[in-house]
Design a protein around this ligand. Structure first.
Ligand code: ADP
Ligand code: MG
Length: 707
């Protein structure tokens, strides 16, 4: 096996300057501009399109709608016209059906020397029409003999290049010529297949060699598609295999705290203090969590649940299990507002059980901070709720058994990793997110974590009605709000303020606030406001006034986007809704519909908004289902931008596209899982090729085992 790898390395790892037609200068350019250092790098620079050179068009049947055309005929005239800048070479090519004009503005002398009137040629180029006449300017032109040479008469690959490369003569087509050279020196036997034979058979894939050749030089569209299918499958299969191995290694070998029992705290709370009965989904997830924590391995679980699905209660009850086993737990939230809210809620629920809860945030005063720190260290405090302040080195636990991370997409991997180090044996990790992740992303970006979904909302919620209104319908909207407030409801006004520091947007917000105030004057109406420029204390005061129903209206920026829970608020107005992304709109909308009252979300925009914005708004009006919205978001924006995905290379596929290749991904995952079930460490002889391939290409495993 080693030998084969060695031979693979010997050719594919050749420096690119050794390829015929490259040389040191071009090699430098290729390295700088396209990161092509070796033969292998070039091989994996796939074309972004092909020009169809399989067809010869009869000149008489050429239509203005055609893009590139290839014609064959006799050169019947050639002459130089014009002077200086206007100087050009004009030639005419005739076949049985008609005549076409060929024009050159550059390299005139050279072209003229190369061509002979009366000979037959094949010309290929971009079609233009001038005064009703078909014309090819700067066509490629070849004799019939050249054109018949092997490797020319097919779909010609065109590669993406940079402007700099173009300027140095390395065009998208020139790269194609290099690729042609490359395939002259590559040999099929270099390409050990990295997908087990049975899987290739089962999925009806072509061989690796064939795929790599055909993706560059297909003879027809079917060959191209066959190649793409195989290579996409390969990418996804290998990534699923890596992820699967990580997950299975963790399951088998990671050391974790054994929480063997569910004790009095949990049971007492469950039977006597739970304010409602759990949904089926909440119960199922708790069961999954108990199993994890009772296995002796570290739990590393991602909990997904749409906004309002009741994740907090799951977190609280998981923390009770930790306490039953003698361990402390913490919950980290992305904002102080949210940490405060959890704290108030936990305190109220846990007081009857005599459990100490502490709150630690950036605005905790020094004296209080010291007191909490010592309480955490000596073990008097069992539940700690906080923000980033929790991960500071000064925060030391007696024995931390569980860390919950709320709204994980607001935290970086490094921050989460710090919590792992707060105990000698890493604590169990429960990572919660309300940003629904499309299934394809969950399987890739988060595939190494265990994964639970709360796919059910607590009973008694009436779905939120979402409508789109233009700015000039404002009076009706305001009337509606007055009625709702009259019925005892509360209302959010959200203004876009993406960069909290931008002065202009800040002024917009203030103008918006004044506007709202003009519609809803004191003392009939009271308004709270929170935004990113306020101190945490100010924010909290304003928030609390709204929570306590002292104000009717909350004017806010997206600081309230995550987690805020005021069940009596039933109307959300989103101003300039076109400026928000889909998942952000969904998060914002999740602030209403939390109680039993009918809730509304009104998206306000001007009449002149872009196509994508229209699409987003129409999706919002059609569905409340966060998973559907996430799928649409993925399709509209691509995986790189989706909030809540990891930035790492986990999503860097060369060909596969998570928005569209779900079917291939599902198959790849299934095959990877089956294989690992039979042979978890790929130790069987027949997997040797695959295993060494994974090791050889291992540098691309970009993410740790961090939840
Ligand atoms: P999220 O999943 O968005 O964090 P929360 O945990 O904030 O949602 O829960 C939203 C609201 O639903 C809260 O007011 C919470 O008390 C309530 N809730 C949670 N679980 C249930 C349940 N099983 N039955 C009724 N209400 C529930
Ligand atoms: Mg929440």
């Amino acid at each position: 096996m080693k030998l084969k790898i060695a031979s693979k390395i010997s050719i594919l790892s050749n420096p690119i300057e050794y390829l015929k037609g490259v040389g040191p200068l071009r090699a430098d350019m290729l390295k700088k501009e396209l990161q092509i250092f070796t033969f292998e790098d070039l091989l994996f620079h796939f074309p972004y399109k092909h020009l169809d050179k399989t067809k010869i068009h009869p000149i008489g049947s050429i239509l203005p709608s055609m893009d590139f055309v290839q014609v064959r005929g006799r050169l019947i005239s050639m002459e130089i016209m014009g002077e200086k800048r206007g100087r050009r070479l004009i030639a005419h090519l005739r076949d049985q059906s008609g005549i076409i004009e060929l024009t050159w503005f550059q390299g005139i002398n050279w072209v003229q020397k190369m061509l002979t009137v009366g000979n037959d040629y094949v010309a290929f180029g971009r079609l233009s029409f001038f005064l009703g006449k078909a014309q090819l300017s700067h066509p490629e032109i070849e004799t019939l003999k050249e054109s018949n040479e092997a490797g020319k008469n097919f779909l010609e690959p065109i590669y993406s290049v940079t402007e700099k490369l173009k300027a140095r003569g390395l065009s998208g087509r020139a790269i194609g010529k290099l690729m042609y050279q490359l395939f002259l020196v590559l040999e099929e036997k270099e390409f050990v297949d990295n997908i087990p034979f049975q899987i290739i058979e089962h999925q009806q894939l072509c061989s690796r060699w064939k795929a790599l050749h055909q993706i560059h030089f297909p003879k027809n569209i079917q060959q191209y598609e066959e190649a793409v299918k195989r290579l996409k499958f390969e990418e996804l299969f290998l990534s699923q295999l890596r992820i699967g191995m990580l997950r299975s290694t963790r399951h088998r070998f990671s050391r974790g705290l054994l929480f063997s029992k569910v004790g009095d705290y949990f049971n007492n709370f469950f039977h006597s203090h739970l304010p409602f009965s759990l949904t089926g989904a909440q119960k199922r997830v708790l069961k999954e969590i108990r199993q994890d924590m009772g296995s002796g391995k570290q739990m590393n679980r991602l909990l997904q649940g749409d906004v309002g699905s009741g994740k907090t209660m799951v977190a609280l009850m998981t923390m009770l299990i930790a306490l039953d086993n003698g361990y402390q737990s913490c919950i980290m939230a992305p904002t102080e507002i949210l940490a405060n809210q959890h704290y108030e809620q936990f305190k109220k629920l846990l007081q009857p059980l005599g459990i100490e809860v502490a709150l630690l945030t950036g605005s905790t005063k020094t004296a209080e901070r010291k007191k909490i720190a010592s309480g955490i260290l000596d073990g008097n405090i069992n539940f700690i709720i906080g923000t980033h302040a929790l991960i500071e080195d000064t925060v030391q636990f007696k024995q931390l058994g569980l860390a919950v991370i709320d709204e994980q997409h607001k935290f970086g991997v490094a921050q989460r990793a710090k919590l792992w180090k707060k105990n000698t044996i890493p604590p169990h990790m429960l990572v919660m997110t309300a940003t629904p992740i499309p299934r394809t992303l969950a399987m890739t970006a988060y595939g190494d974590l265990d994964y639970s979904v709360i796919d059910e909302l607590p009973p008694g919620r009436t779905p939120i009605t979402t409508v789109h209104r233009l700015d000039d319908a404002r009076p009706q909207v305001m009337d509606f709000i007055k009625t709702e407030i009259g019925n005892g409801r509360q209302v959010y006004f959200i203004f876009p303020l993406i960069e909290e520091s931008e002065k202009l947007q800040y002024e917009d917000l203030m103008r918006g606030y004044e506007n709202v105030k003009a519609w809803f004057p004191e003392p009939a109406y009271w308004i709270s406001m929170v935004h990113g420029r306020m101190s945490a204390e100010q924010k909290e005061i304003n928030m609390q006034r709204f929570v306590k129903r002292e104000t009717h209206i909350m004017v806010s920026t997206t600081v309230i986007e995550v987690g805020v829970n005021v069940p009596n608020a039933s109307v959300m107005i989103i101003e300039s809704a076109e400026k928000f992304g889909l998942s952000q709109l969904h998060q914002l909308r999740g602030r209403v519909g939390r109680g039993t009252e009918k809730s509304y979300c009104i998206l306000l925009t001007g009449s002149n908004i872009g196509k994508d914005a229209k699409e987003r708004i129409s999706i919002m009006c059609q569905t409340n289902d966060g998973f559907k919205i996430a799928e649409k978001d993925l399709a509209l924006r691509g995986p790189g931008d989706i909030q809540g995905t990891r930035q790492s290379g986990a999503l860097d596929f060369r060909l596969a596209d998570l928005a569209h290749d779900r079917e291939i991904l599902e198959k790849a995952r299934e095959e990877a899982e089956n294989l690992l079930k039979k042979d978890p460490d790929l130790q069987k002889v027949e997997q040797a090729a695959l295993k060494s391939f994974l090791q050889y290409n291992n540098s691309s495993t970009p993410w740790g085992k961090i939840s």
